[in-house]
Design a protein. Structure first.
Length: 357
């Protein structure tokens, strides 16, 4: 039953769902949809640690800052590595989403997506950062569950569904039935690792040192997990490690696919391991429903085809796959009474209750 006070506050507050990602932070506002999609970057002064820029503005500074300024990502592998900076980033995004309100209160209720493999300490860090950033109530939801809800999959029904959520820092694989996770895996190999693969490939094959942004561009434009009907090429720019001078090298999608093969094999192995541990009754369901791919990494060319070939099951990419977790977190707030059971609890009380420490 809805608390009358919460109902009253809800008239003036915008409940918020957040995908606190390693690469990007997305904010879903109840009744409005995705209102923020910005990189999870923060620029700070080295000595004072004063925040200078957050989001897209901070990412533009990467690799271009003077000695006294550094641009960092306060989350690594899907968990908080810089608590104070994460709190400042959350505070910025929550206030930005709430900026159309005339009054500075009441504070919003917030649902935040977290990787399924995080520890109790990491859960507490996310919860504390969310409350400190101005949330009235904070709820946590595992990212594969949020992604499944955001993709429109029937997580509360008595049939098995499977989702693979490939983000920046983690790959989440989950099989669900009746509103619960039956089997799940959290792998800290995802988009960042794919970028690093390209950086290492360029270094080893061409003696070319390329930055993270260049590697990401190569991955997005010509990266693939499966042979393309028409292979692509692009110029990869960096610094020659022998001469120390700028250089551009023409690389093909075949080369990039070779560079990505190691990390993709790890992800595919985890998908197969998850299927191997899934009860046969649910496997039968999955053969009908297929495997849903979500997250920014799902947009890698040919990935669905590669997963299908490796698992002998249909694989498909969710609509607007990058926003699935944020949309799922927001949908939970829109129907909190029915979906409360899918939320994470860190103690022995019934699932889905907001908690304090």
């Amino acid at each position: 039953m809805i608390n009358p006070i919460d109902a009253f506050l809800g008239l003036f507050s915008l409940d918020i769902g957040i995908d606190l990602g390693t690469a990007n932070t997305l904010v879903y506002v109840k009744g409005k949809g995705i209102v923020i999609n910005e990189p999870s970057w923060v620029a700070i002064e080295r000595k004072t640690r004063r925040v200078l820029a957050i989001g897209a503005e901070a990412k533009e500074m990467v690799g271009r800052t003077p000695v006294n300024i550094v641009a960092i990502r306060p989350l690594r592998d899907g968990v908080i590595s810089e608590f104070d900076i994460t709190q400042a980033m959350l505070d910025y995004f929550i206030k930005k989403a709430h900026s159309q309100m005339l009054l500075p209160f009441p504070r919003p209720r917030v649902v935040v997506g977290i990787p399924s493999g995080v520890t109790e300490v990491e859960k507490r860090a996310v919860y504390d950062a969310t409350i400190s950033a101005g949330a009235r109530e904070a709820f946590l939801i595992e990212e594969p569950m949020a992604a499944a809800i955001g993709a429109g999959m029937p997580v509360t029904e008595a049939r098995g569904i499977m989702i693979v959520d490939i983000g920046g820092g983690t790959t989440e694989v989950g099989v669900f039935c009746l509103g619960g996770i039956v089997v799940s895996r959290s792998l800290r190999v995802a988009g960042d690792e794919l970028d690093e693969d390209i950086i290492q490939y360029a270094r080893q094959k061409y003696n070319l040192f390329v930055g993270e942004r260049m590697a990401e561009q190569v991955k997005m434009k010509i990266g693939s997990a499966y042979s393309l009907d028409e292979e692509l090429t692009m110029a990869m720019r960096g610094r020659n490690l022998v001469t120390g001078l700028p250089e551009a090298v023409e690389v093909s999608s075949i080369e990039v696919r070779e560079a990505l093969s190691g990390s993709l094999s790890i992800i595919l192995d985890v998908i197969r391991e998850t299927l191997d541990e899934t009860p046969p009754e649910l496997v039968s369901d999955l053969m009908e429903t297929g495997i849903c791919l979500a997250g920014g990494g799902a947009q890698l060319k040919g990935l669905a085809q590669r997963v299908s070939e490796e698992t002998n099951m249909r694989a498909w990419v969710a609509e607007d796959s990058m926003t699935c977790v944020a949309r799922g977190a927001g949908k939970v707030l829109e129907d909190l009474d029915e979906l409360r059971e899918v939320l994470v609890s860190t103690d022995d009380r019934r699932p889905g209750r907001s908690y304090t420490f």
